[in-house]
Ligand binder design. Structure first.
Ligand code: GLA
Length: 739
């Protein structure tokens, strides 16, 4: 493995045991893309991969050459307007109004390991041997702007991390109006585009469409990565599926506005752009200043989508998430939100916690409503001091009571927000994002604090630090409950307003960085009205995220299934809640709610006192079960077996690293009368090992379970008979297999 540069042919070859990435310096000095995919032999000269031809209607870069047109050449970081007409990776407005630029190769560096990106979340290495990094140095001769393109190839993963940095070495100010993290030109367009889209309470539903000529894209302009789209897309070969075939995943390590765009030109090449959304982006780059884009990671597989996802999971679980909790099983928690909403007293909370403790729950989380004048969602945000009318002993008082029960205590914050009815807003009305002379739209009666201002971030930091220092707090749920509107910062001049969205996110990252380093043992769970900021940027600071406000088991199948394309199970907050479900009034069996929630971090979002004795006994068993198997659920290898987007039955499984244990989750939405027989071929087992199935007490070899399949037929064939147990809608089963 390594990064090889051939001086004579000016070619770079990055490869490990599985993948190759090849590029070359083009005759015009630009960087050309030659190949990305399964590993191929290293050779001195790959120039045959660069094809040129005279074309009647092209424009050519060199006077006496009718073959070199950038429009027909695959590039590493395309620019617009000097013979290339595709959507560019970069757009720079210069002092004289010109926008043409031409980044030409100057030099490069190859270093072991991976450098940090200042102020931004990114994948990392622990040992230098885990990766090599190539830094390509390019320069635009007219503006003097230096562009550094970073490429990190990981030794053990089919992944390449990329980013771009701009340094103004010239003597004039320019405006960066587009600066993508990644531009990837592929030689054909025989792909389907997969993206993960939805809305509040139905996040990350799998969508798939065939690539066609023209531009297709997903993105967010909401100030957060959003419920609507996720900064992760996959290009998969049309013949590829979960278990075989080629696919490339493109993931942006960022939590703000983003664009993931795929352009197919009429000569059948594909250009992928991924990065900060260029709309409303305008970064003033003065002489001697620089701009670093967020990181984008490309994942490659030739073994199907499960294999692609497993690579994402490993890299993001081990080399994006950090800190004390990274490798630890997660505490089973109870959260009071759906149990009480704003309507609680300290006694009520202790009552909920006490019963939860008796059932085996380890962590009690106090959600919204504990601070300032926050008795409903119209007041109090921004005033991070405990409401003594509810909590006479403050946060310390309630935390001590919870600790005395033998549980850990966790607390909800929404640091980026303010209600107009708050002391913070009354003291600093100019601290919200809003445009002068225009009304400031609210979202859930709240406004967004201007986190592009360091003094605002610092003020919130001080308030949070005080609370976290005076009480024993083991967990924080960091919420963010609205999108940004009328984006404008009172602290920035006119020609820097295009920086606000990005500076806001940098402020959020700064606060996260300060809190996580000051309180390294606190477990952070990110949240944004459920899953509106379920992205790799957040995962760097908070190893888990509230996947969705929708806690209905059936809806969660889709949400967790879609999320699993990029994100590991250890990152998915998943709880059991009451029925009828608060989001859509559906009633599902308690065991099904748990069978779905086990495939995540697991917890409860209800008042266990309100369950029947029988149900409470069931909950005790669930918690016992999860404690026994959470290592496997959260850190095993996950396989999607049957999709909720296509089938009445959803199935997925986890397998331990040594392949000696596996758990299959089987979920049937509607009962089917006089049903057919069914079996599911399992994955990832050892064909030679014999597995004992706890479901039927029999033993099967791994090869039987994988090739003949696990029998999942309903013994009642869908009917309720005196001999069979239950047969109902929203049914589910777990199959536990032990070698
Ligand atoms: C958001 C979160 C919920 C809950 C409420 C509290 O909607 O997603 O889990 O914390 O805020 O206001």
């Amino acid at each position: 493995m390594g990064i090889f540069f051939n001086k004579r042919t000016q070619t770079f070859h990055l490869f490990n045991d599985n993948i190759s990435y090849i590029m070359t310096v083009l005759p015009g000095g630009q960087m050309g893309q030659l190949y990305f995919g399964k590993k191929i032999h290293h050779r001195e000269d790959f120039s045959y991969l660069l094809e040129t031809a005279p074309r009647p209607m092209a424009s050519y870069l060199f006077e006496n050459d009718r073959t070199f047109s950038l429009e027909h050449i695959r590039q590493e970081y395309g620019v617009y307007g000097s013979t290339d007409y595709r959507s560019p990776a970069v757009d720079i407005l210069q002092e004289n109004g010109a926008r043409i630029c031409d980044f030409q190769y100057v030099d490069h560096m190859i270093t072991p390991g991976k450098p940090k990106l200042a102020g931004l979340p990114a994948t990392y290495t622990e040992e230098d041997s885990e990766a090599d990094t190539l830094i390509l140095i390019l320069r635009d001769p007219v503006t003097g702007i230096r562009l550094q393109l970073l490429y990190t190839i990981f030794s053990g993963e089919n992944a390449i991390a990329r980013s771009a940095a701009f340094y103004n070495d010239g003597d004039k100010t320019v405006h960066l109006q587009k600066a993508m993290s990644l531009c990837m030109d592929l030689p054909d367009y025989n792909y389907d585009l997969m993206h993960f889209s939805g809305a509040w309470s139905r996040e990350r539903h799998t969508k798939i469409r065939s690539l066609e000529m023209g531009i297709q894209s997903v993105g967010s302009m909401r100030g957060h990565s959003s419920h609507e789209h996720n900064p992760f897309v996959i290009l998969k070969r049309k013949t590829a599926d979960e278990f075989q075939g080629e696919a490339i995943g493109f993931s942006l390590v960022y939590s703000g506005n983003f664009l993931a765009q795929v352009e197919v030109d009429t000569h059948e090449t594909t250009r992928v752009l991924l990065g900060i959304h260029p709309d409303w982006f305008d970064w003033k780059l003065e002489p001697e200043s620089s701009f670093q884009t967020p990181e984008a990671v490309m994942f490659y597989t030739d073994q199907g989508l499960n294999h692609l996802s497993q690579t994402c999971h490993r890299l993001y679980q081990k080399r994006l998430a950090r800190g004390y909790w990274r490798d630890k099983v997660r505490p089973i928690l109870i959260n009071n939100w759906e149990a009480t909403y704003f309507n609680f007293t300290e006694d009520k909370l202790v009552e909920i916690a006490s019963r939860a403790k008796e059932c085996g729950v380890e962590l009690f989380v106090l959600d919204d409503g504990w601070f300032g004048a926050r008795r409903n969602d119209r007041a109090g945000l921004g005033d991070w001091t405990p409401a003594l009318s509810l909590l006479p002993g403050g946060i310390k008082g309630i935390a001590d009571k919870i600790e005395a029960l033998g549980m850990k205590f966790g607390l909800w914050f929404e640091p980026e927000m303010v209600n107009m009815d708050s002391d913070l807003y009354r003291a600093h009305p100019d601290w919200i994002l809003s445009t002068p002379n225009r009304s400031a739209s609210h979202g859930r009666y709240q406004h967004v604090l201007d986190f592009s201002r360091p003094e605002v971030v610092d003020c919130i930091y001080q308030m949070m630090k005080r609370i976290l220092s005076e009480a024993k707090i083991s967990y924080i749920k960091w919420d963010m409950n609205r999108s940004i509107t009328e984006c404008y910062s009172a602290a920035l001049p006119a020609d820097r307003q295009g920086e606000v969205f990005h500076r806001y996110i940098l402020g959020v990252y700064d606060l996260y960085e300060r809190l996580t380093s000051q309180f390294p043992e606190i477990l952070f769970e990110s949240c944004a009205s459920g899953g509106a900021r379920f992205d790799p940027g957040m995962l760097y600071y908070a190893p888990q995220a509230w996947t969705s406000d929708d806690t209905d088991a059936v809806e969660r199948l889709k949400i967790q299934y879609g999320s699993s394309y990029c994100y590991p199970l250890s990152s998915m907050g998943s709880h059991v809640s009451v029925c009828p479900n608060h989001q859509l009034n559906r009633t599902t069996p308690l065991y099904t709610r748990a069978n779905v929630a086990y495939f995540g971090t697991f917890g409860y979002e209800l008042d266990l006192n309100k369950l029947t004795e029988e149900e409470q006994e069931e909950v005790k068993e669930q918690i016992k079960f999860m404690k026994q198997y959470r290592e496997l659920f959260q850190f095993g290898t996950f396989y999607r077996l049957s999709s909720p987007f296509e089938n009445n039955v959803t199935a997925w499984m986890v397998v331990s690293e040594d392949k000696r244990e596996a758990i299959v989750g089987w979920y049937r939405i509607l009962n089917v009368v006089n049903e057919a027989f069914h079996r599911i071929p399992l994955k990832g087992l050892d064909p030679e090992l014999c597995y004992h199935s706890l479901a039927d007490g029999n033993s099967y070899y791994g090869d039987e379970l994988m090739y003949a399949g696990l029998i999942t037929s309903d013994s009642s064939a869908g009917e309720t008979t005196p001999e069979t147990e239950h047969s109902c809608d929203f049914d589910s089963r777990l199959y536990i297999l032990k070698a």
